[in-house]
Design a protein around this ligand. Structure first.
Ligand SMILES: [Zn+2]
Length: 89
């Protein structure tokens, strides 16, 4: 079923392979040893699966948001809690 024609040479066909995926995140390096990728059997052109890249970007954004949320002091939450429960009719 891998009848996708290569965009680079127009002759070869993409084959689904597992390829190491590297991404630099600030001072750290993210490594995925078996990332899904397409590999042309004629010219050797390699491209990562778009769904895989999209999910990677989503996960990274989630991780960044999560670490930023944890850095905030819990004082603001405490005040909101007091304000809400302190109100009585
Ligand atoms: Zn090719």
């Amino acid at each position: 079923m891998s009848a996708l024609k290569c965009d680079e040479c127009g002759v070869g066909r993409y084959r689904l392979i597992n390829s190491p995926f590297l991404m630099k995140l600030g001072r750290q390096m993210l490594v995925m040893p078996d990332a899904p990728a397409y590999y042309c059997d004629v010219c050797g052109y390699r491209a990562f699966d778009e769904d895989f890249l999209a999910s990677m970007h989503y996960l990274i954004r989630q991780a960044v948001d999560d670490s930023q949320r944890r850095k905030r002091p819990p004082a603001s939450l405490g005040w909101a809690h007091i304000d809400l429960t302190g109100r009585r009719p």
